[in-house]
Write a protein that binds this ligand. Structure first.
Ligand SMILES: *[C@@H]1O[C@H](CO)[C@@H](O)[C@H](O)[C@H]1NC(C)=O
Ligand SMILES: *[C@@H]1O[C@H](CO)[C@@H](O)[C@H](O)[C@H]1NC(C)=O
Ligand SMILES: *[C@@H]1O[C@H](CO)[C@@H](O)[C@H](O)[C@H]1NC(C)=O
Ligand SMILES: *[C@@H]1O[C@H](CO)[C@@H](O)[C@H](O)[C@H]1NC(C)=O
Ligand SMILES: *[C@@H]1O[C@H](CO)[C@@H](O)[C@H](O)[C@H]1NC(C)=O
Length: 478
């Protein structure tokens, strides 16, 4: 759907590109005080930036505000890759403003709720969100994808096919998570139950990580999903650029081994295994980001002392071969206190900055804050606090992005379409009911689109400055 602000006449497009290009340069040079095109003052450029941002449209329920074709700039739909500490698609930067909705496959499995998947993607793309993280697992439960080891429900698999195919329609890429640490949708506990049922004598859910039989069950699931041929598109999952990345597990913890060795060995084996089947897609772990024994100086950034006991070790874990980018979650309300306070915002900022620094100094990879949000059930909650939290995350990321740092994106937990409140765990954001939040998200999308944009090539800048700009953007910046 077209809209006034991002209209499509060639003139408008060019004006917009001009502003975006200018704004891009401003953001990049704001801190360094330099500019390559010889402007004397910053005012001119900053005015242009403001103008570009003022043109960012406001969210109206059910009305698309981004022309996705235009944002993609006519490029083919290609795999996301990493280049140094950033994401790139087709050689141009890809900063991520995205969201989580974990239940898409289950909703798609029932024709009466399938439409909610499309509705969600439509609403998400209308505020410029480009990546969705969701579950590619449901083990042994109601509407299970994997009913028992290596036994799949074809109807549910078709539902996942639908989710992937529908995401592409709305130009949304997916991070697909392959198993849960927690019991919801089966998780590692279900794998242990299966092991027990087949005669193993397992004593702890953490044997999911260590027992060779359970490791082989997991690998078999990975192989089945990656080799799946989508019944809607005929594209094999492992060849589909709609998939942004594979996530090994949602929030792995192995409290039975606080040394971290057990989880480290699992990550190393599984990341390598995914890569052996699919060298094209990116892989991330799915961790919350707690610091462990390998980095005692960093444990001061953990939200509490228990965090060092859960068997994860952010820096070491992410050094495993095959892991392409870092994942971190941010939950001050669940880790520090369920009573909201300014300390939550301070924690959010320092937690993010610490991980961005690690990603730059020790890992040389991008980092995505792949879950963050606040529950409406928290003491002291109000919607303006939620907006403040979200903008704290966005600002902290932009601070990194401006400098070409590792802060590559964030995914809200979590975005719901209308009429799915009964699934809400307290964290759901429904755009049509949260106009200020929708506008905040939309503004951030616009800012990232400025960074990601290469449309300047086709416009005034391109005509005269193409070569120097190209060198500048892709040589120095990336
Ligand atoms: C199962 O393992 C526990 C200890 O891990 C042991 O005490 C028990 O005897 C074992 N049971 C069987 C049936 O092997
Ligand atoms: C596995 O079976 C053993 C023996 O029946 C039992 O002691 C143990 O609690 C079971 N473990 C799980 C995780 O169900
Ligand atoms: C997928 O392949 C089948 C069999 O070759 C073909 O009939 C169908 O039209 C294809 N569908 C798409 C979306 O390409
Ligand atoms: C919203 O909540 C925050 C944190 O509890 C509080 O500081 C602020 O005063 C509240 N604002 C309104 C408008 O109630
Ligand atoms: C931006 O990051 C630098 C460290 O790289 C920090 O000193 C500064 O306070 C940050 N600014 C904001 C606005 O977050």
């Amino acid at each position: 759907m077209q809209n006034a602000a991002f209209g499509v006449s060639p003139m408008d497009t060019c004006n917009r590109c001009f502003l975006l290009s200018l704004a891009f340069l401003v953001i990049f040079f704001q801190d360094s005080g330099t500019n390559v095109f010889g402007f004397q003052g910053r005012e001119l450029i900053e005015t242009a930036e403001d103008e570009a941002l003022d043109h960012s449209p406001h969210f109206t329920a059910g009305q698309g505000i981004y022309n996705v074709e235009e944002l993609e700039d006519g490029d083919d739909w290609q795999m996301v890759q990493t280049k140094g500490n950033q994401f790139v698609v087709n050689g141009k930067p890809f900063y991520v403003n995205g969201f989580n909705t974990y239940w898409l496959m289950v909703f798609a499995a029932d024709l009466s709720t399938r439409g909610k998947v499309s509705e969600l993607f439509q609403q998400a793309s209308s505020v410029g969100l480009t990546v969705c993280r969701t579950w590619a697992f449901n083990d042994g439960q109601w509407r299970a994808l994997q009913k028992s080891p290596s036994v799949y429900d074809e109807d549910v698999f078709k539902a996942l096919d639908f989710v992937v195919s529908e995401a592409k329609k709305y130009r949304i890429r997916l991070i697909l998570s392959l198993v849960n640490n927690w019991d919801a949708y089966g998780g590692k506990a279900q794998y242990v139950k299966w092991g027990n049922a087949s005669g193993l004598n397992l004593t702890s859910d953490d044997e999911f990580f260590s027992h060779p039989t359970l490791r082989s069950y997991y690998k078999s699931h990975v192989k089945t999903v990656l080799n799946r041929v989508n019944t809607f598109t005929n594209i094999t999952y492992k060849d589909d650029p709609t998939i942004f990345a594979w996530e090994l597990m949602n929030e792995p913890r192995c409290t039975s081994d606080p040394s971290g060795d057990t989880l480290q060995s699992w990550i190393a084996e599984m990341a390598a295994y995914v890569k052996s089947l699919d060298a094209k897609h990116l892989v991330e772990i799915g961790e919350e980001g707690f610091y462990g024994p390998s980095a005692p100086a960093r444990t001061q950034f953990n939200p509490n002392s228990y965090a060092t006991q859960v068997g994860t070790d952010f820096i070491r874990n992410h050094q495993a071969l095959g892991v392409d980018f870092a994942s971190v979650h941010i939950y001050a309300d669940s880790w520090i206190s369920q009573t909201i306070s300014d300390a939550h915002l301070q924690f959010t900022k320092s937690w993010m900055e610490a991980h961005i620094e690690d990603a730059e100094k020790y890992l040389g990879m991008p980092v995505i804050f792949s879950e963050f949000g606040v529950s409406t059930k928290d003491t002291g909650y109000n919607s303006s606090y939620r907006d403040t939290l979200i903008s704290t995350v966005y600002k902290t990321l932009l601070n990194s992005t401006k400098k070409g740092g590792s802060g590559a994106g964030s995914l809200l937990w979590q975005l719901f379409p209308d009429g799915t409140d009964y699934m809400d765990d307290g964290y759901a954001i429904v755009l049509s009911k949260s106009h200020s939040t929708a506008n905040l998200i939309s503004l951030h999308s616009t800012r990232l689109a400025i960074f990601n944009s290469r449309c300047s090539w086709h416009c005034r800048w391109g005509c005269r400055k193409k070569n120097s700009l190209e060198t500048f953007l892709y040589h120095d910046y990336l």
